[in-house]
Design a protein around this ligand. Structure first.
Ligand SMILES: Cc1cc2nc3c(=O)[nH]c(=O)nc-3n(C[C@H](O)[C@H](O)[C@H](O)COP(=O)(O)OP(=O)(O)OC[C@H]3O[C@@H](n4cnc5c(N)ncnc54)[C@H](O)[C@@H]3O)c2cc1C
Length: 368
Protein backbone atom coordinates (compact mmCIF):
# COMPACT_ATOMS: atom_id res chain seq x y z
CA UNK A 1 0.00 0.00 0.00
CA UNK A 2 1.25 3.54 -0.77
CA UNK A 3 0.44 5.84 2.15
CA UNK A 4 1.08 9.59 2.09
CA UNK A 5 0.82 11.52 5.35
CA UNK A 6 0.65 15.31 5.59
CA UNK A 7 2.05 16.34 9.00
CA UNK A 8 4.75 14.75 11.15
CA UNK A 9 3.15 15.42 14.55
CA UNK A 10 2.19 12.64 17.00
CA UNK A 11 -0.77 11.48 14.85
CA UNK A 12 1.09 11.25 11.54
CA UNK A 13 4.29 9.73 12.93
CA UNK A 14 2.53 7.18 15.12
CA UNK A 15 0.23 6.07 12.32
CA UNK A 16 3.26 5.62 10.04
CA UNK A 17 5.03 3.55 12.71
CA UNK A 18 2.06 1.25 13.27
CA UNK A 19 1.41 0.70 9.56
CA UNK A 20 5.04 -0.01 8.77
CA UNK A 21 5.19 -2.43 11.69
CA UNK A 22 2.08 -4.21 10.45
CA UNK A 23 3.54 -4.59 6.95
CA UNK A 24 7.09 -3.49 6.06
CA UNK A 25 6.11 -3.63 2.37
CA UNK A 26 3.92 -0.51 2.75
CA UNK A 27 5.53 2.55 1.15
CA UNK A 28 4.94 5.36 3.66
CA UNK A 29 5.93 8.98 3.06
CA UNK A 30 5.45 11.84 5.54
CA UNK A 31 5.65 15.52 4.57
CA UNK A 32 6.38 17.80 7.52
CA UNK A 33 6.71 21.56 7.14
CA UNK A 34 9.02 22.01 10.17
CA UNK A 35 12.54 20.74 10.74
CA UNK A 36 13.10 17.70 13.01
CA UNK A 37 14.39 19.84 15.91
CA UNK A 38 11.96 22.74 15.81
CA UNK A 39 10.77 23.23 19.36
CA UNK A 40 7.06 23.89 19.47
CA UNK A 41 5.24 23.46 22.74
CA UNK A 42 6.41 22.43 26.17
CA UNK A 43 5.16 19.26 27.83
CA UNK A 44 2.35 16.84 27.07
CA UNK A 45 0.53 14.58 29.54
CA UNK A 46 -0.71 10.99 29.35
CA UNK A 47 -2.92 9.05 31.72
CA UNK A 48 -2.06 5.55 32.94
CA UNK A 49 -4.72 4.11 30.61
CA UNK A 50 -3.25 5.80 27.54
CA UNK A 51 0.16 4.37 28.38
CA UNK A 52 -1.30 0.87 28.44
CA UNK A 53 -2.74 1.50 24.94
CA UNK A 54 0.62 2.76 23.69
CA UNK A 55 2.42 -0.27 25.14
CA UNK A 56 0.04 -2.67 23.42
CA UNK A 57 0.40 -0.83 20.08
CA UNK A 58 4.21 -0.46 20.01
CA UNK A 59 6.29 -1.70 22.95
CA UNK A 60 9.52 -0.17 21.54
CA UNK A 61 8.39 3.47 21.45
CA UNK A 62 6.44 2.96 24.70
CA UNK A 63 9.67 1.89 26.44
CA UNK A 64 11.49 4.99 25.16
CA UNK A 65 8.65 7.32 26.10
CA UNK A 66 8.25 5.99 29.63
CA UNK A 67 12.02 6.09 30.25
CA UNK A 68 11.78 9.87 30.01
CA UNK A 69 8.60 10.32 31.96
CA UNK A 70 7.81 12.42 35.02
CA UNK A 71 4.98 10.58 36.81
CA UNK A 72 2.62 11.81 39.52
CA UNK A 73 -0.67 10.88 41.15
CA UNK A 74 -1.85 14.23 42.54
CA UNK A 75 -3.94 17.06 41.20
CA UNK A 76 -3.25 20.23 43.21
CA UNK A 77 -5.81 23.02 43.26
CA UNK A 78 -4.51 26.37 44.51
CA UNK A 79 -7.10 28.98 45.50
CA UNK A 80 -6.72 31.98 47.83
CA UNK A 81 -3.13 30.84 48.26
CA UNK A 82 -4.13 27.49 49.78
CA UNK A 83 -3.12 24.24 48.06
CA UNK A 84 -5.48 21.27 48.14
CA UNK A 85 -3.99 17.99 46.91
CA UNK A 86 -6.19 15.23 45.54
CA UNK A 87 -4.42 11.89 45.09
CA UNK A 88 -5.17 8.75 43.10
CA UNK A 89 -4.90 10.31 39.62
CA UNK A 90 -2.24 8.62 37.53
CA UNK A 91 -0.60 10.95 34.99
CA UNK A 92 2.79 11.40 33.37
CA UNK A 93 4.41 14.23 31.44
CA UNK A 94 7.05 14.36 28.71
CA UNK A 95 8.44 17.21 26.59
CA UNK A 96 6.61 17.45 23.28
CA UNK A 97 9.92 17.74 21.45
CA UNK A 98 11.29 14.64 23.22
CA UNK A 99 8.19 12.68 22.25
CA UNK A 100 8.54 13.80 18.63
CA UNK A 101 12.22 12.82 18.57
CA UNK A 102 11.37 9.32 19.84
CA UNK A 103 8.63 8.88 17.23
CA UNK A 104 10.79 10.33 14.43
CA UNK A 105 13.63 7.91 15.24
CA UNK A 106 11.30 4.92 15.46
CA UNK A 107 9.60 5.81 12.16
CA UNK A 108 12.92 6.20 10.37
CA UNK A 109 14.24 2.93 11.87
CA UNK A 110 11.25 1.12 10.43
CA UNK A 111 11.82 2.62 6.98
CA UNK A 112 9.26 5.43 6.87
CA UNK A 113 10.38 8.26 4.56
CA UNK A 114 10.09 11.55 6.45
CA UNK A 115 10.53 14.73 4.40
CA UNK A 116 11.16 17.69 6.71
CA UNK A 117 10.77 21.34 5.74
CA UNK A 118 8.24 20.25 3.13
CA UNK A 119 5.08 22.29 3.34
CA UNK A 120 2.44 20.86 1.03
CA UNK A 121 -0.02 23.24 -0.62
CA UNK A 122 -1.26 21.17 -3.53
CA UNK A 123 -2.71 17.86 -2.37
CA UNK A 124 -4.34 16.58 -5.56
CA UNK A 125 -1.21 15.15 -7.26
CA UNK A 126 -0.25 13.36 -4.01
CA UNK A 127 -3.77 12.09 -3.52
CA UNK A 128 -3.89 10.64 -7.03
CA UNK A 129 -0.54 8.97 -6.52
CA UNK A 130 -1.28 6.97 -3.34
CA UNK A 131 -3.77 4.50 -1.91
CA UNK A 132 -4.33 6.48 1.28
CA UNK A 133 -3.78 10.18 1.98
CA UNK A 134 -3.82 11.09 5.68
CA UNK A 135 -4.38 14.71 6.73
CA UNK A 136 -2.55 14.74 10.08
CA UNK A 137 -1.68 18.41 9.73
CA UNK A 138 -2.97 19.74 13.03
CA UNK A 139 -5.65 22.07 14.30
CA UNK A 140 -5.37 24.52 11.37
CA UNK A 141 -5.29 21.68 8.83
CA UNK A 142 -4.96 22.75 5.19
CA UNK A 143 -6.12 19.32 4.04
CA UNK A 144 -9.38 19.96 5.92
CA UNK A 145 -9.63 23.43 4.41
CA UNK A 146 -8.86 22.27 0.85
CA UNK A 147 -11.54 19.59 1.00
CA UNK A 148 -13.96 21.47 3.26
CA UNK A 149 -16.86 20.62 0.94
CA UNK A 150 -16.20 16.92 1.59
CA UNK A 151 -15.37 16.96 5.32
CA UNK A 152 -17.86 19.74 6.19
CA UNK A 153 -15.96 20.93 9.26
CA UNK A 154 -17.62 22.65 12.17
CA UNK A 155 -15.15 25.13 13.73
CA UNK A 156 -15.93 26.97 16.96
CA UNK A 157 -13.31 29.55 18.04
CA UNK A 158 -13.93 30.17 21.75
CA UNK A 159 -13.71 33.64 23.26
CA UNK A 160 -11.41 32.65 26.11
CA UNK A 161 -7.70 33.27 25.54
CA UNK A 162 -4.82 31.06 26.58
CA UNK A 163 -1.06 31.14 26.26
CA UNK A 164 1.55 28.33 26.59
CA UNK A 165 4.62 29.13 28.65
CA UNK A 166 7.30 27.10 30.33
CA UNK A 167 9.01 27.74 33.67
CA UNK A 168 11.81 26.26 35.74
CA UNK A 169 9.54 26.23 38.78
CA UNK A 170 8.72 22.53 39.22
CA UNK A 171 5.07 21.66 39.78
CA UNK A 172 4.98 18.12 41.15
CA UNK A 173 1.56 17.09 39.91
CA UNK A 174 -1.06 18.64 37.70
CA UNK A 175 -1.47 22.01 39.39
CA UNK A 176 -4.47 24.24 38.75
CA UNK A 177 -3.90 27.69 40.21
CA UNK A 178 -6.48 30.47 40.42
CA UNK A 179 -5.48 34.08 41.00
CA UNK A 180 -7.44 37.31 40.80
CA UNK A 181 -6.38 40.93 40.43
CA UNK A 182 -8.09 44.23 39.59
CA UNK A 183 -8.56 43.09 35.96
CA UNK A 184 -10.20 39.73 36.60
CA UNK A 185 -9.59 36.01 37.12
CA UNK A 186 -6.67 33.97 35.78
CA UNK A 187 -6.22 30.19 35.81
CA UNK A 188 -2.89 28.40 35.31
CA UNK A 189 -2.48 24.74 34.34
CA UNK A 190 1.00 23.53 35.17
CA UNK A 191 3.01 20.33 35.53
CA UNK A 192 6.64 19.37 35.29
CA UNK A 193 7.64 17.34 32.25
CA UNK A 194 11.36 16.88 32.86
CA UNK A 195 13.85 17.43 35.69
CA UNK A 196 14.05 21.19 35.17
CA UNK A 197 10.96 22.46 33.35
CA UNK A 198 7.20 22.72 33.76
CA UNK A 199 4.48 23.63 31.30
CA UNK A 200 2.61 26.73 32.47
CA UNK A 201 -0.58 27.50 30.50
CA UNK A 202 -2.52 30.60 31.51
CA UNK A 203 -6.08 31.37 30.50
CA UNK A 204 -8.52 34.19 31.11
CA UNK A 205 -11.86 35.44 29.85
CA UNK A 206 -12.08 38.13 27.13
CA UNK A 207 -13.11 40.91 29.58
CA UNK A 208 -10.09 40.22 31.79
CA UNK A 209 -7.87 40.03 28.72
CA UNK A 210 -9.05 43.44 27.47
CA UNK A 211 -8.89 45.14 30.87
CA UNK A 212 -5.32 43.88 31.33
CA UNK A 213 -4.42 45.47 27.96
CA UNK A 214 -2.69 42.40 26.51
CA UNK A 215 -3.51 43.47 22.93
CA UNK A 216 -0.93 46.25 23.11
CA UNK A 217 1.63 44.40 25.27
CA UNK A 218 4.97 43.01 24.06
CA UNK A 219 5.97 39.42 24.78
CA UNK A 220 8.23 40.62 27.58
CA UNK A 221 5.59 42.84 29.17
CA UNK A 222 3.00 40.03 28.97
CA UNK A 223 5.34 37.62 30.73
CA UNK A 224 6.12 40.22 33.38
CA UNK A 225 2.40 40.88 33.94
CA UNK A 226 1.49 37.19 34.24
CA UNK A 227 4.60 36.51 36.29
CA UNK A 228 3.32 39.12 38.68
CA UNK A 229 -0.19 37.58 38.87
CA UNK A 230 1.36 34.20 39.75
CA UNK A 231 4.36 35.57 41.69
CA UNK A 232 3.56 33.50 44.79
CA UNK A 233 3.37 30.31 42.70
CA UNK A 234 6.43 30.85 40.51
CA UNK A 235 8.71 31.33 43.45
CA UNK A 236 10.98 33.83 41.69
CA UNK A 237 11.18 31.84 38.43
CA UNK A 238 10.46 33.69 35.20
CA UNK A 239 8.08 32.50 32.50
CA UNK A 240 9.82 31.07 29.42
CA UNK A 241 8.44 31.92 26.01
CA UNK A 242 8.67 29.69 22.96
CA UNK A 243 7.16 32.02 20.42
CA UNK A 244 4.21 31.93 22.88
CA UNK A 245 1.12 33.82 21.78
CA UNK A 246 -2.41 34.28 23.07
CA UNK A 247 -4.67 31.79 21.31
CA UNK A 248 -8.42 31.28 21.14
CA UNK A 249 -9.11 27.59 21.59
CA UNK A 250 -10.53 26.16 18.36
CA UNK A 251 -13.07 23.39 18.84
CA UNK A 252 -12.90 21.21 15.71
CA UNK A 253 -15.47 18.68 14.54
CA UNK A 254 -16.04 17.23 11.08
CA UNK A 255 -19.31 15.92 9.66
CA UNK A 256 -17.44 13.45 7.44
CA UNK A 257 -14.13 11.98 8.50
CA UNK A 258 -13.05 10.70 5.07
CA UNK A 259 -13.88 10.68 1.36
CA UNK A 260 -12.48 8.41 -1.35
CA UNK A 261 -8.86 7.66 -0.26
CA UNK A 262 -8.47 10.68 2.08
CA UNK A 263 -8.92 10.75 5.86
CA UNK A 264 -8.23 13.21 8.68
CA UNK A 265 -6.45 12.27 11.91
CA UNK A 266 -5.65 13.92 15.26
CA UNK A 267 -6.21 17.66 15.75
CA UNK A 268 -7.14 18.08 12.08
CA UNK A 269 -10.12 15.82 12.75
CA UNK A 270 -11.15 16.90 16.26
CA UNK A 271 -9.91 18.87 19.23
CA UNK A 272 -10.64 18.54 22.95
CA UNK A 273 -9.97 21.38 25.35
CA UNK A 274 -6.46 21.32 26.84
CA UNK A 275 -7.89 21.38 30.39
CA UNK A 276 -8.35 17.63 30.10
CA UNK A 277 -4.81 17.27 28.74
CA UNK A 278 -5.67 14.97 25.90
CA UNK A 279 -4.70 16.39 22.46
CA UNK A 280 -1.65 14.20 22.04
CA UNK A 281 -3.30 11.17 23.61
CA UNK A 282 -6.28 11.40 21.24
CA UNK A 283 -4.00 11.92 18.24
CA UNK A 284 -2.00 8.77 19.05
CA UNK A 285 -5.08 6.70 19.89
CA UNK A 286 -6.61 7.82 16.57
CA UNK A 287 -3.52 6.42 14.88
CA UNK A 288 -4.00 3.09 16.69
CA UNK A 289 -7.67 2.97 15.73
CA UNK A 290 -6.98 3.76 12.06
CA UNK A 291 -4.11 1.26 11.86
CA UNK A 292 -6.40 -1.44 13.29
CA UNK A 293 -9.30 -0.68 10.94
CA UNK A 294 -9.94 -2.65 7.79
CA UNK A 295 -11.60 0.32 6.06
CA UNK A 296 -12.17 4.04 6.51
CA UNK A 297 -15.88 3.31 7.22
CA UNK A 298 -14.80 0.97 10.00
CA UNK A 299 -12.44 3.60 11.44
CA UNK A 300 -15.23 6.19 11.47
CA UNK A 301 -17.87 3.94 12.96
CA UNK A 302 -15.66 2.63 15.77
CA UNK A 303 -13.73 5.80 16.61
CA UNK A 304 -16.47 8.44 16.31
CA UNK A 305 -18.43 7.37 19.43
CA UNK A 306 -15.22 7.41 21.49
CA UNK A 307 -14.33 10.90 20.26
CA UNK A 308 -17.85 12.21 20.79
CA UNK A 309 -17.86 11.02 24.41
CA UNK A 310 -14.47 12.60 24.95
CA UNK A 311 -15.43 15.88 23.31
CA UNK A 312 -18.59 16.05 25.43
CA UNK A 313 -16.55 15.70 28.64
CA UNK A 314 -13.93 18.16 27.35
CA UNK A 315 -16.72 20.63 26.51
CA UNK A 316 -17.97 20.57 30.11
CA UNK A 317 -14.44 21.06 31.35
CA UNK A 318 -13.89 23.96 28.95
CA UNK A 319 -17.17 25.61 30.06
CA UNK A 320 -16.11 25.29 33.69
CA UNK A 321 -12.86 27.15 32.99
CA UNK A 322 -14.67 29.71 30.83
CA UNK A 323 -16.88 30.43 33.85
CA UNK A 324 -14.12 30.13 36.47
CA UNK A 325 -14.81 33.64 37.82
CA UNK A 326 -18.21 32.44 39.04
CA UNK A 327 -16.60 29.85 41.30
CA UNK A 328 -14.15 32.15 43.04
CA UNK A 329 -16.49 32.61 46.05
CA UNK A 330 -16.02 28.91 46.94
CA UNK A 331 -13.61 27.87 49.67
CA UNK A 332 -10.42 26.15 48.45
CA UNK A 333 -11.83 22.71 49.38
CA UNK A 334 -15.14 23.37 47.64
CA UNK A 335 -13.38 24.73 44.58
CA UNK A 336 -11.12 21.66 44.46
CA UNK A 337 -14.21 19.42 44.48
CA UNK A 338 -15.88 21.50 41.78
CA UNK A 339 -12.75 21.37 39.59
CA UNK A 340 -12.37 17.62 40.01
CA UNK A 341 -15.98 16.86 39.04
CA UNK A 342 -16.28 19.51 36.28
CA UNK A 343 -16.39 17.23 33.26
CA UNK A 344 -18.89 14.78 34.74
CA UNK A 345 -16.40 11.92 34.39
CA UNK A 346 -15.40 11.86 38.08
CA UNK A 347 -18.10 11.53 40.74
CA UNK A 348 -18.15 12.02 44.53
CA UNK A 349 -17.98 8.23 44.91
CA UNK A 350 -15.04 7.97 42.52
CA UNK A 351 -13.18 10.66 44.46
CA UNK A 352 -13.91 8.77 47.67
CA UNK A 353 -12.26 5.73 46.11
CA UNK A 354 -9.27 7.71 44.80
CA UNK A 355 -8.65 9.86 47.84
CA UNK A 356 -10.80 9.09 50.92
CA UNK A 357 -8.84 11.65 52.96
CA UNK A 358 -9.88 14.48 50.62
CA UNK A 359 -13.55 13.46 50.81
CA UNK A 360 -13.32 13.21 54.59
CA UNK A 361 -12.05 16.79 54.75
CA UNK A 362 -14.77 17.94 52.34
CA UNK A 363 -17.54 16.21 54.28
CA UNK A 364 -21.02 15.76 52.82
CA UNK A 365 -20.94 19.23 51.16
CA UNK A 366 -19.75 17.77 47.85
CA UNK A 367 -23.02 15.90 47.46
CA UNK A 368 -25.01 19.15 47.26
C1 LIG B 1 2.62 24.71 18.21
C2 LIG B 1 1.89 23.71 19.09
C3 LIG B 1 2.26 23.56 20.42
C4 LIG B 1 1.58 22.64 21.25
N1 LIG B 1 1.99 22.46 22.54
C5 LIG B 1 1.38 21.52 23.30
C6 LIG B 1 1.85 21.25 24.60
O1 LIG B 1 2.82 21.84 25.08
N2 LIG B 1 1.16 20.32 25.35
C7 LIG B 1 0.10 19.62 24.85
O2 LIG B 1 -0.47 18.75 25.53
N3 LIG B 1 -0.36 19.86 23.62
C8 LIG B 1 0.26 20.79 22.85
N4 LIG B 1 -0.20 21.03 21.61
C9 LIG B 1 -1.41 20.35 21.20
C10 LIG B 1 -1.08 18.94 20.96
O3 LIG B 1 0.27 18.89 20.58
C11 LIG B 1 -1.97 18.42 19.86
O4 LIG B 1 -3.24 18.11 20.39
C12 LIG B 1 -1.35 17.17 19.29
O5 LIG B 1 -0.03 17.49 18.95
C13 LIG B 1 -2.13 16.70 18.10
O6 LIG B 1 -1.28 15.95 17.28
P1 LIG B 1 -1.41 16.03 15.71
O7 LIG B 1 -0.34 15.14 15.19
O8 LIG B 1 -2.80 15.80 15.32
O9 LIG B 1 -1.12 17.56 15.34
P2 LIG B 1 0.20 18.47 15.50
O10 LIG B 1 1.01 18.04 16.65
O11 LIG B 1 -0.25 19.87 15.44
O12 LIG B 1 1.04 18.12 14.19
C14 LIG B 1 0.66 18.54 12.90
C15 LIG B 1 1.93 18.68 12.07
O13 LIG B 1 1.58 18.99 10.73
C16 LIG B 1 2.50 19.92 10.22
N5 LIG B 1 1.85 20.59 9.09
C17 LIG B 1 0.78 21.41 9.13
N6 LIG B 1 0.42 21.80 7.90
C18 LIG B 1 1.29 21.21 7.05
C19 LIG B 1 1.45 21.22 5.63
N7 LIG B 1 0.62 21.89 4.84
N8 LIG B 1 2.46 20.49 5.08
C20 LIG B 1 3.31 19.78 5.87
N9 LIG B 1 3.21 19.74 7.23
C21 LIG B 1 2.22 20.43 7.79
C22 LIG B 1 2.82 20.80 11.39
O14 LIG B 1 4.08 21.44 11.27
C23 LIG B 1 2.82 19.81 12.55
O15 LIG B 1 4.10 19.29 12.84
C24 LIG B 1 0.49 21.91 20.75
C25 LIG B 1 0.12 22.07 19.40
C26 LIG B 1 0.85 22.93 18.55
C27 LIG B 1 0.49 23.07 17.09
Amino acid sequence: MRITIIGGGPAGLYFAILMKKADPAHRIVIYERNGPDDTFGWGVVFSGKTLANLRAADAESHAEITKEFEAWDNVDVVHRGEKISIHGNSFSGIARLRLLKILQRRAEELGVEVNYRSEIQDFEPLRRDCDLLVGADGVNSTVRLRYADRFQPNLDAREHRYIWYGTNQLFHGLTLTFRQNEHGTFAAHSYKFNKSTSTFIVECDPRTWERAGFAAMSDEATRAYIGNVFAADLNGNVLLSNNSKWINFLLVKNTDWFFENTVLLGDALHTAHFSIGSGTKLAMEDAIALAQSNSLEHFTSTRRPVIETFQAAAFESMKWFENAAQYMHLTPLELAFSVMTRSGRVSYEELQRRDPEFIKRLGPRGRL
